[in-house]
Every structure is written in structure tokens, then in C-alpha cells.
Design a protein around this ligand. Structure first.
Ligand code: MGD
Ligand code: MGD
Ligand code: MO
Length: 751
């Protein structure tokens, strides 16, 4: 087995590791200055995850985690790259660098342009760049020949202007990283409880007596959530983790902000750890609910009958369908024994206030939306929605991905949203829905896209079917990237390509003589301000709102949207958001209050804005798990040393991996059965409707993972994920259910 020291997650090593990273990139002084203001009321929002901050008076002096600190150091990088860097390196030479090396080159410091067929990026001023991008947009045959991608780090202000640019031009082609991420949660929740967001706040975590954490690895991806879980556990709450991998952070956690924690003394987290098979969650949840219905028949008092009668619809059909599923089938398919299923049902029955948290382990499957709807079914059975200490908690990824959607980054906007936007802005927004992430790659393949714009992110590396996505992006005539650091997409996309560097969240954004702040929405619907304290990486860098406005005005002129006026002072953008979008009343005033303000959330008050006006029980099919002999189901996961496609380092401390990322985690018995040795180099081949895709020479790591399952890191394994293999309804790539076979490596080929 991999050498996992049963140390707790966190502790002194976490602190040292972030300081070490800071020393190499931003320099300690610059980092410490930034960190002292990270997640503080007068400071800036952590650019890492979307876990909320405690109320202002409850914040500690160090309200951040190891990975937040690394994200800050990575952004606050003192090394910069400009004209000289690009003059010395051709496109081919840049392409030969690894993703790690590209980002480690430093901060992008001046706009650069590569013409079609050109071998070098050359400097170009912002103004000239805006003219170039604006002209390309203005002369399109149809506005739908442009695609506007957004990554979830963009502020509300930048994202609002960006969607306004797309819609002013006449398209809803607004794919975003949410399409690859929590779209299944949005679809699953929207259709059942009437809002595509979670229903709990941090305060609910203090009251819950049971918290489920399903398909989520907070020790790495939302480390501050561990303090919340540790607190809950310490006061006697039951914590149930459901995950194929035994994730150290969910086992025990050493709080790096306490003396005991620094010494590595861990607090236990999970009371119950259930190692479900990959994509066995629908079966497991069905099993638990079946058992609950049985207990209700035998003893009564299990279901919240009053809640079901008053606030839900579809219960009978749900119950009848569940009767047709056998507990045995649930156990077989989930790989969880009947006794464990019964124990989970008992825990759930005995708990008065239950929160269910989840993340990518549930959303990135063909049945990702079904996973989320089964969670809603479970919560509804005992009225665990819309009351204190209970509810649904999809834990968001990017720090402002939820806010971006709220302010209009969405390819399928509702009529109500567009009508209000039009009234406020004097536009006539297009009604035809646009392309999502999968849809945009397909459109590019068909030659239907001339301009690809990206407000942050790394689409080529983050998207499924990497080789095919890259091929599609190369066909686009012009790519326009707004970015802080160089990445693969900047090298692959577009015959011609513009890179427009921007300020990061950590930096001071001066417009005229006023320092501007931006606003973001956390995972729990709280909108608050964020103001960067640091000197910009280069003096000429513009903030994202200014860049978006510059392109927009060049493309469309100043009517009816006065772009350059709006970005003189971001209060003007917020005033326009207030008029355009529900829930932002007195935006500028309320966001200046300590801690910001909460957006309206119907289910919190048991108001369900669904077609029936009630919360919906739904019937989900048991997913088909058709593995042929020899095949495994592969999931793709994040290591501890990365933020999505940004690689900070090559260790994955809590899983016992050091110095490499091209590994495949497999159950030792599955390895032995196939005649492979631990550490042997293997090729991993995916199988989808007769097509095969291979990544080469991954090291086999025997691991505590259920039989028939395997795991690799994202993005190295993305070439394996077929573009067409995505979730029903949400179209999120099924990057956590990839059917694969293993074979002895044929060579040392690299991807
Ligand atoms: N440091 C750091 N922080 C991050 C990120 C980062 O890359 N680095 N990324 C940010 C983003 S955008 C997001 S969306 C979040 C992602 O946060 P997570 O969702 O926690 O990230 P993943 O590593 O994708 O892993 C999900 C977990 O699901 C488990 N899993 C895999 N398949 C299944 C399954 O079929 N069923 C169940 N029950 N579990 C399964 C995996 O073992 C893993 O523990 O984190 C955000 N925060
Ligand atoms: N196989 C597999 N694929 C996945 C996933 C998975 O679990 N498995 N997870 C998916 C998920 S959950 C997500 S969210 C996506 C992530 O997809 P993206 O959001 O597209 O990717 P990131 O890696 O977060 O983007 C990193 C880049 O953002 C830029 N950047 C950083 N900060 C800023 C900023 O402040 N402003 C601007 N303009 N640019 C900035 C930098 O240039 C950096 O290189 O990947 C998805 N892909
Ligand atoms: Mo994400």
C-alpha cells in the first residue's frame, strides 16, 4: 500500500509548506503582507476556494489555509514575463514547457499578440489590443460565432460586464467552468427545490447533529471546512464520509492555528467512513432511503409526514418506485454491505438536523444530476430543508463561481433574467440559448466559431478530451485571453491570439485616484467585498473590469452601455447590477457593511419556486454499471499541490505521493489479478462506444480503494474523458466515471 503516515491532515507541515512556496514565488514579505489581510473584513477574498468566512467578529487573525496561502503566493509572484520573455521563446519552445513551468515563469506583465501563423508573441499596447479584439467581434457574420468562456475567479463586476458584452453583441454563448463543475448541482437543485444553490449557512453547521460529506475532499480542496467539521464533531455531531478513497483530511485534522494542531495532534473528523464504489452513490442513497421507509413501516415516526404533506410533491411515486428496487441490488452496486446501509439509515433517523455536503465526486458522472436529486429526496424525507441546522450544501469550487452565475454568466438564461437586464440597460438581449462548454467545442469542431474569449481559466487543460479540445480551439481565428499567468490554452487556442494580462485579487486596483474594490459571492450566498492590498506585479496592469470594458467599447461604442464611464468607479457597475438583477437592493451600501449581505434564498424559508410550488421528490433510475471483464472505473481527482490546472508542486502528501503526478491508484488485488507489479509503468486506455483513448506510462500505486475502481490526477487524465460522455441534463463531463483498462507501458510517451 502507499505509505500513508497516519498523521493528521494540517499541522505544522501545512504551515511550513505554504511559507516555503511563498519564499520561492512572491517573497516572504510580500506574502505576509497579503496574508494578514486574507479573508479579513477590510481585506480581500481568498482566490482559492469558495468556502465562506465566519462572521467578522469571529474571524481569527489567520483566516486562511495552507492552500489559500499558496494561491496567494502564486498570484503575488514577483517574477514577471513581458516582451523579452516572448522574444526569446517561440511558440514551439513555449509548447515544450510543462504546465508547471508555464505558470512558474511568473506573472504576465504586458499585453502580447501573435498573428496567424506567427511563431512569436509580440508586445502590443492595451488600446491597440482592444481595437483588435473589438474589430474582430464587430465584423463577425453572426454574433454566435463568438464564444465567451469564464472561469470562476472573476469578480461580480468583471463577470457582469462580460456577460453584458456578449449579450450586447447578440449572443448567449457564455460557457463557464461551472459547466465542468457544479452544473449538475444547479440542475438537480433547481428542478427540485427551485434554486440552483445550497440552502445552508455557516451558522447551520453549528446546529447540525449530523453532517454527510459525499464525494468531497475538504482536507485538500476546502481546508477551512475542516475546522467547521472538527468543531461539529467535538460537540458530538456525527460526521459521515462517503468516498471511495480514504482521504486523510476526512479521517483526522490537526488545526494549524492551535498549539496542539501545530504539533500534529489531530482531532477526529469522521464518525463513519463508507468506501463506496465509484459512482455507487445513487445505489447507496437508495439503499439508505429504502431502509428508512422500512423503519417507518415497522416503527413509525421516521418520516416528517407534516412536512411531506405541506411542502413536497411526488412522494407516493417516489415511494412506489423505491419499492421496486432491492436492498441487495443497492448493496451490490454501491459495494457497501447491507449492515452498513442499515447503520447509515439509523444514524439519519436518529439525527434531528442533518446537512448533506457534496462536491465533484457526485457531479461529474453521467448520472450527476440524479446523484443530487437523490440527496434532495433523502433530505425531504425528514424535513431537513428550510430549518436551522439542516439542508443541502453543494460546496463550490472557484472562489466566485457562484457569483458569476448570479450576475449572468450562463448560456441558458431565463426570460425573467433577460427581461430585467434589458429594462435596466436598454438592450434587447438575444433569447436563443447559447453553447455550454461541451457545446462550444462541438461548435468549434464544426468551424462555427471565429473568436474565443476567455476571462481567466485554462479551457484546453480543464476540459474533457484534451487532444480533441485543443484541435478544436486551434481552428478558431482569434483567441483573446484575459489572464494572470501563462497556460496551455494560451498556446493552443486560436490561429491568432491575444494575451491581456490583468491584476489579481491580491493587488491594488487604482482607477483615477480611487482604489477600487470588487465583490464576490461565497458558497453560501453571502456577497462581500474584496480589496487587494499589494502593489501590482507591473505598474501598467489593468483590472478585469477595465479590460472587458475596453474590448466592449471598441466593439460596440458607448451606447446604450457607457462602458468606460462604468469602470471609472466600480460603484457604477454595482448600481447597474442592482437595477439588473434581483436580490441586490442597496448593493453599494450593504456590501460595505461588515461581512456583506446574504442573497435571497427561498428554500431557507421553505418557499420552493418550482412548477408545483413545492419541493419535488423525484424518481432516479439505478445507473447501469456495465464493466466488462478486465475493465475498471476510473475517477480523476486533485492532488494536494494543485489548484485545478495550476500545479504548485508534485507531492500529494496526504496520499503518500511525492515528486510525480503521472500515477494511477489501484486496489492491490486488482493489480495482482492483472499480473502487474506495484510501481510498474502502465498505459491507461479508456473505452467509450468503441473508441479508445490512451495516456502512457503512469506509475501503478497500490491504494486503499474499492475493487474495480481506479484514480488518476486531473488534468493529466483528461485526454481519457470522451467529449460526448457527459452528465445527462447538466452536460458536465463524466470525468469521475471513465471506463478503462490497464496495460504494461509501451514506451515513455508523455502527454
Ligand atoms: N487546493 C485546492 N482547492 C480547490 C481546488 C484545487 O484544485 N485545489 N479546486 C477548486 C474547485 S474548482 C473545486 S470544484 C473544488 C473540488 O473539490 P473536490 O470535489 O473535493 O475535488 P476532487 O479532487 O475532484 O475530489 C472529489 C472527491 O470525490 C471523491 N470521489 C471520486 N469519485 C467519487 C464517487 O463516485 N463517489 C463519491 N462519493 N466520491 C467520489 C474523490 O475520492 C475525492 O475525494 O475544490 C476547489 N478548491
Ligand atoms: N478530469 C477532470 N477535469 C476537470 C475537473 C475534474 O475534477 N476532473 N474539474 C473541473 C472543474 S471543477 C473546474 S472548476 C474546471 C476548472 O477550469 P478553469 O477554471 O478553466 O481552470 P483553472 O485551472 O482554474 O484556471 C487557471 C488559470 O486561470 C488564470 N487566472 C488565475 N487567476 C486569475 C485571475 O484573477 N484573473 C484572470 N483573468 N485569470 C486568472 C491563470 O492564467 C491560470 O492559468 O476544471 C474542470 N476539469
Ligand atoms: Mo470547480
Amino acid at each position: 500500500m502507499a505509505d500513508i503516515k497516519e498523521l493528521a491532515a494540517g499541522g505544522l507541515r501545512a504551515v511550513l509548506s505554504s511559507l516555503e512556496y511563498a519564499r520561492e514565488t512572491s517573497g516572504l514579505k510580500r506574502s505576509v503582507r497579503a496574508l494578514s489581510l486574507l479573508n479579513q473584513d477590510q481585506g480581500f477574498d481568498c482566490p482559492s476556494c469558495a468556502w465562506p468566512d465566519p462572521a467578522p467578529r469571529e474571524r481569527s487573525v489567520v483566516e486562511f489555509c495552507e492552500n489559500g496561502a499558496r494561491a496567494v503566493a502564486h498570484e503575488a509572484d514577483r517574477r514577471t514575463i513581458g516582451a523579452g520573455f516572448f522574444a526569446e521563446r517561440s511558440l514551439a519552445e513555449l509548447s515544450a514547457l510543462s504546465d508547471y513551468e508555464l505558470e512558474q515563469s511568473g506573472r504576465l506583465a504586458e499585453p502580447v499578440f501573435r498573428e496567424a501563423g506567427g511563431e512569436h508573441y509580440r508586445p502590443i499596447g492595451y488600446e491597440q489590443a482592444f481595437e483588435l479584439a473589438g474589430a474582430a467581434l464587430a465584423r463577425l457574420d453572426s454574433p454566435d460565432r463568438a464564444v465567451f468562456y469564464t472561469s470562476g475567479r472573476a469578480s461580480n463586476e468583471a463577470a457582469f460586464l462580460y456577460q453584458l458584452l456578449a449579450r450586447s453583441l447578440g449572443t448567449n454563448n457564455l460557457p463557464d467552468c461551472s459547466n465542468l463543475c457544479h452544473e449538475s448541482s444547479g440542475k438537480g437543485l433547481g428542478s427540485t427545490i427551485g434554486i440552483g444553490k445550497g440552502t445552508v449557512t455557516l451558522a447551520d453547521f453549528r446546529l447540525a447533529d449530523c453532517i454527510f460529506v459525499i464525494g468531497q475532499n475538504p482536507g485538500t480542496n476546502h481546508p477551512r471546512m475542516l475546522s467547521t467539521l472538527a468543531e461539529a464533531r467535538a460537540r458530538g455531531a456525527t460526521i459521515v464520509s462517503i468516498n471511495p478513497l480514504r482521504e486523510l483530511g476526512l479521517v483526522s485534522f490537526a488545526h494549524p492555528q492551535t498549539a496542539r494542531g501545530l504539533l500534529g495532534v489531530g482531532e477526529p473528523i469522521s464518525t463513519e467512513y463508507v468506501q463506496v464504489r465509484i459512482n455507487g452513490d445513487v445505489a447507496l442513497l437508495k439503499g439508505v432511503m429504502k431502509q428508512l421507509l422500512r423503519l417507518e413501516t415497522e416503527h413509525g415516526n421516521v418520516l416528517d409526514r407534516a412536512f411531506i404533506a405541506e411542502h413536497t410533491s411526488g412522494f407516493e411515486a417516489f415511494r412506489d418506485a423505491l419499492e421496486g428496487v432491492s436492498l441487495k441490488a443497492c448493496a451490490e452496486q454501491s459495494g457497501v454491505p447491507v449492515e452498513t446501509i442499515a447503520r447509515l439509515a439509523e444514524i439519519y433517523r436518529q439525527s434531528q438536523r442533518v446537512i448533506v455536503c457534496w462536491a465533484m465526486g457526485l457531479t461529474q458522472h453521467k448520472n450527476g444530476v440524479a446523484n443530487v436529486r437523490e440527496i434532495v429526496n433523502l433530505l425531504l424525507l425528514r424535513g431537513n430543508l428550510g430549518r436551522a441546522g439542516a439542508g443541502a450544501c453543494p460546496v463550490r469550487g472557484h472562489s466566485n463561481v457562484q457569483g458569476d452565475r448570479t450576475v449572468g454568466i450562463y448560456e441558458s438564461p431565463s426570460e425573467a433574467f433577460l427581461a430585467r437586464l434589458d429594462r435596466a440597460t436598454g438592450l434587447r438581449s438575444p433569447r436563443r440559448h447559447g453553447v455550454d462548454a461541451v457545446g462550444s467545442v462541438l461548435a468549434m469542431e464544426r468551424g462555427e466559431v471565429d473568436v474565443f474569449l476567455a476571462l481567466g481559466g485554462n479551457f484546453v487543460a480543464a476540459m474533457s478530451d484534451s487532444r480533441r479540445t485543443a484541435q478544436a480551439l486551434r481552428q478558431v481565428k482569434l483567441a483573446v485571453h484575459v489572464a494572470t499567468k501563462l497556460n496551455r490554452t494560451h498556446l493552443e487556442a486560436g490561429q491568432a491570439s491575444l494575451i491581456l494580462p490583468c491584476l489579481g485579487r491580491t493587488e491594488r486596483d487604482l482607477r483615477g485616484d480611487r482604489i477600487q474594490f470588487v465583490t464576490v459571492e461565497d458558497s453560501m450566498g453571502v456577497v462581500h467585498k474584496s480589496e487587494g492590498p499589494l502593489e501590482p506585479a507591473a505598474p501598467s496592469l489593468l483590472g478585469e473590469p477595465g479590460i472587458v470594458a475596453g474590448i466592449a467599447e471598441a466593439a460596440l461604442g458607448a451606447e446604450p452601455v457607457p462602458w468606460s464611464e462604468l469602470v471609472k468607479d466600480y460603484d457604477a457597475i454595482r448600481d447597474l447590477i442592482e437595477r439588473s438583477i434581483a436580490g441586490f437592493e442597496r448593493y453599494n451600501e450593504r456590501v460595505r457593511e461588515p461581512g456583506g449581505f446574504e442573497l435571497p434564498n427561498g428554500p431557507r424559508e421553505r418557499r420552493f419556486l418550482t412548477a408545483s410550488g413545492k419541493a419535488e421528490f423525484t424518481v432516479q433510475a439505478l445507473p447501469e454499471l456495465a464493466l466488462e471483464p478486465g475493465q475498471l472505473l476510473l475517477t480523476t481527482i486533485r492532488s494536494h499541490d494543485q489548484f485545478n490546472t495550476t500545479i504548485y508542486g508534485f507531492d500529494d502528501r496526504y496520499r503518500g505521493i511525492s515528486g510525480e503526478r503521472r500515477v494511477v491508484f489501484v486496489n492491490p488485488k486488482d493489480l495482482a489479478e492483472r499480473g502487474f507489479e506495484p510501481n510498474q509503468r502502465l498505459d491507461v486506455t479508456s473505452h467509450y462506444q468503441g473508441t479508445r483513448r490512451t495516456v502512457s506510462a503512469f506509475r501503478a500505486v497500490p491504494y486503499d480503494i474499492p475493487r474495480g475502481c481506479a484514480a488518476c490526477y486531473f488534468p493529466e487524465a483528461n485526454p481519457l474523458v470522451p467529449l460526448e460522455n457527459h452528465a445527462d441534463e447538466s452536460r458536465t463531463p463524466a470525468s469521475k466515471s471513465i471506463v478503462v483498462t490497464l496495460s504494461a507501458a509501451s514506451g515513455e510517451a508523455a502527454e
